[in-house]
Design a protein around this ligand. Structure first.
Ligand SMILES: [Zn+2]
Length: 487
């Protein structure tokens, strides 16, 4: 009788901590890693040959909008195919719960395709995700923008009143009690832009009590980025919460090179309070189509338009020429719509990714007709392009920024390392061939070199397709904190 369920044999282990690769067999029992021992010493009921491959912890995508994608597309191929075994959802101020309205408006439609997937409380939403049995894990933030819509309806172009702040505060408090792991804000966006620093800090107050994190799509990632960083740091400090700045970038040509200002500012602030940030490995961003973003982008591609058919994947400049109007006018005619903006400097992206505070998050938008390639390509691109080909950092460090560091910053207990007792979230990949294949022209394309992906011991991806395992869980605050306490 074999002692273990699965043994991953003859691989080189990148254990997630940044420690140098070492040869070992990794044995799994149930949903856990049971042993990591010299090659040839362990026996499993089934075995996975990892000769020539790296055995790493499953990647943690810390920046996603996959809240309801976990329900609608439970195989989660766009993430499992990259080796991702956990997605942190609800970023940028928008979450699928708690949502008290019955209609899903433009802003919420970014993350919700079927209105029955929204939920009035977090517990109800978590139950929907669990019932869908996704292939990978989800952890969830509560969006300050979503809270605003609950408390203020459509009247969002002002600071919330004291009683509205209380409604938002109490909804966040209840959501954290029920298992959300923190709050996100998106002060850049119209639904939240009128919010004051005080408003956000007061709404976020329950984070301290529950040990929740605060993630921020900052008010400004361009000219006023330093001020926006100060605001973010103040909110985290006042709420007693650890901070993760979302998709750190210096946006717009006039701000190229300004990582020499922002990164030292992060380094200094990190000495005072717990701060980290996530980065995606591309010089283009993607969100809704906004005419005030057209000027600072070198190029704009349309990802979807509800108004005009056949626009997905096209350059807005060409669309404007055909329409015989300005780009701004063309954008107005396509609304509501989404877009990709080429607005970053490659050197800045690399500097951010290599900073000690950086971890990797895709910011992929799962329901776009012609998505940004980061949705399918982020993690293999970091491993293949940035680590192997450009040698921006070692393979071990690349893995660390996608696993243990991410798990620590989001307090995902017993995830992100190859270590006995940890959950069997694992990615086996070929270090010589791993690479993204999703491009701006053809964005829906699984990466190369991702061999086998297991989530809680079940096969989420194998041989270029979903593995049929549906072992994903909702990682709830109370559960991960109880496990951390148990040691
Ligand atoms: Zn964002």
């Amino acid at each position: 009788m074999a002692e273990y369920d699965i043994v991953i044999r003859n691989g080189q282990v990148a254990d997630g901590t940044g420690k140098r690769l070492f040869a070992a067999d990794v044995a799994l029992k149930g949903d856990r890693i049971a042993a990591v021992e010299p090659p040839g010493t362990l026996k499993g009921a089934s075995e996975i040959d990892a000769t020539g491959k790296v055995v790493a912890p499953g990647f943690i995508d810390v920046h996603t909008h996959d809240d309801t994608a976990l329900i609608d597309n439970p195989a989660m191929a766009m993430k499992a195919s990259q080796g991702v075994t956990t997605v942190v959802c609800g970023n940028c101020g928008v979450s699928a719960a708690p949502y008290l309205n019955t209609e899903v408006g433009h802003w919420m439609s970014l993350i919700i395709k079927k209105k029955e997937n929204a939920s009035k409380d977090f517990a109800g939403f978590a139950a929907k995700v669990e019932a869908a049995k996704p292939a990978i894990n989800g952890a969830f933030l509560i969006g300050h923008g979503t809270l605003r819509m609950n408390a203020m309806g459509d009247d969002l172009n002002r600071v919330a009143t004291a009683s509205e702040i209380k409604v938002m505060h109490d909804l966040l408090d209840q959501s954290l009690e029920q298992g959300a792991i923190g709050m996100s804000s998106g002060l850049f966006y119209a639904v939240s832009n009128a919010a004051s620093t005080d408003e956000v800090a007061e709404v976020a107050a329950p984070l301290g009590k529950w040990g929740g994190v605060y993630t921020a799509h900052m008010r400004d990632e361009g000219d006023d980025i330093l001020k926006a960083m100060d605001e973010t740091f103040e909110i985290g400090r006042r709420a007693g919460a650890e901070i993760i700045v979302s998709h750190h970038k210096c946006s717009g040509r006039s701000n190229f090179g300004r990582m020499v200002e922002t990164l030292p500012k992060f380094t200094d602030a990190m000495k005072q309070q717990q701060i980290a940030f996530d980065v995606y490995p591309y010089i283009a961003g993607s969100t809704i189509l906004r005419s005030d973003m057209l000027e600072r982008a070198d190029k704009v591609l349309i990802t979807w338009s509800d108004k005009v058919a056949g626009m997905s994947g096209r350059d807005l400049k060409d669309i404007a020429r055909e329409m015989g109007c300005s780009m701004k006018e063309a954008a107005d005619r396509l609304q509501p719509a989404g877009a990709i903006y080429f607005m970053m400097d490659e050197k800045d992206v690399q500097a951010a990714m290599a900073h000690p505070g950086a971890m990797i998050g895709s910011d992929g938008i799962p329901f776009d007709a012609h998505p940004h390639p980061r949705l399918w390509g982020t993690f293999p691109r970091v491993l293949g392009h940035y680590s192997r080909d450009l040698k921006l950092f070692s393979l071990e460090d690349a893995v660390r920024r996608m696993t243990s560091y991410s798990a620590q910053r989001f307090h995902l207990t017993r995830r992100g390392e190859i270590k006995p007792g940890f959950y069997a979230d694992i990615c086996v990949f070929d270090p010589a061939t791993v690479i993204d294949t999703a491009t701006f022209e053809k964005p829906i394309s699984p990466a190369r070199g991702i061999d086998t992906v297991l989530c809680n011991g079940q096969v989420a991806w194998r041989d270029g397709k979903p593995g049929g395992g549906r072992g994903g869980r909702v990682l709830k605050r109370q559960d991960i904190q109880a496990e951390a306490k148990a040691g």
